[in-house]
Ligand binder design. Structure first.
Ligand code: Z5A
Length: 211
């Protein structure tokens, strides 16, 4: 990728921590850098990816095998990278993506118990050397996130897993952040929105995304 490529920022966390709520705010911050910011999501972001998202989340596919789930996530990601993310970055735009490969480590790795090695092989195959410039993990206790999400909509196929699944997901996110502190930041999302957004500005500045 060329030297003047845009920045690739991803948002992560268990359900209900505020990824959707904070997306527009982060987009506005990224646009202050003078570059257009493309906002997208995973699974999804392309017609094929959105079709795969429906298959992954609807209850009709209850009991889907963990390997099938993993491969569908990466199939959607391959299409997303090829059609949206890489062209946008190469055109000099910033890209803000609601979930990316850290979600695969957390949900399919931590949650479902798939070996990290399998995930990293797919990561290297599908992404080559591309990694997000910054991943912001919005972190809150599982009960807080589930309570907030529950007030908003009925649970989908993955959201209806039990609390211990989400505890493993949360734990894996925190582990990833401790392994890659240069590109993954954790924010306390269990507090008022204003305080969450102050922390977002702080980590984006600290990681050189904002001046
Ligand atoms: N998944 C996977 O397994 N593997 C992968 O590789 C990928 C994804 C990429 C879809 O994700 C599912 O795909 C997801 C993981 C899996 N399944 N689960 N669980 P998604 O991102 O589309 O869905 P989600 O995680 O379920 O997101 P969500 O429920 O929409 O949560 P959110 O976007 O983080 O929360 P929100 O909608 O912004 O906020 C929820 C409510 O809380 C809302 O009413 C807000 O007004 C309120 N809120 C937000 N912040 C605050 C604060 N600070 N205080 C008080 N109230 C707040």
């Amino acid at each position: 990728m060329s030297g003047d490529r845009g920045r690739f920022i991803t948002l992560e966390g268990i359900e209900g921590v505020g990824k959707t709520t904070n997306r527009d705010y982060i987009q506005r911050l990224l646009e202050q850098t003078g570059r257009t910011c493309i906002v997208t999501r995973e699974p999804g972001g392309t017609p094929l990816g959105e079709a795969l998202r429906e298959m992954l989340l609807e209850h009709r596919h209850e009991g889907m095998s963990s390997d099938a789930e993993l491969l569908l996530m990466f199939a959607a990601r391959a299409e997303h990278l090829h059609k949206v993310i890489v062209p946008a970055l190469e055109a000099g735009n910033n890209v803000l993506c609601d979930r990316f490969t850290e979600a695969t480590y957390a949900y399919q790795g931590g949650g479902r118990g798939i070996n990290d090695k399998k995930i990293s092989e797919l990561e290297n195959w599908v992404q080559g050397e591309l990694r997000p410039d910054l991943t912001i993990i919005l972190d809150a206790p599982v009960e807080t996130g589930r309570k907030r999400a529950g007030q908003r909509s009925a649970p989908d196929r993955i959201e209806k897993e039990k609390n211990d699944f989400f505890e493993r997901v949360r734990h894996t996110y925190l582990e990833l952040a401790s392994h890659y502190p240069d590109r993954i930041a954790v924010i306390d999302a269990g507090v008022d929105l204003e305080k969450v957004q102050d922390q977002i500005v702080h980590v984006m500045t600290e990681h050189g995304i904002l001046a």
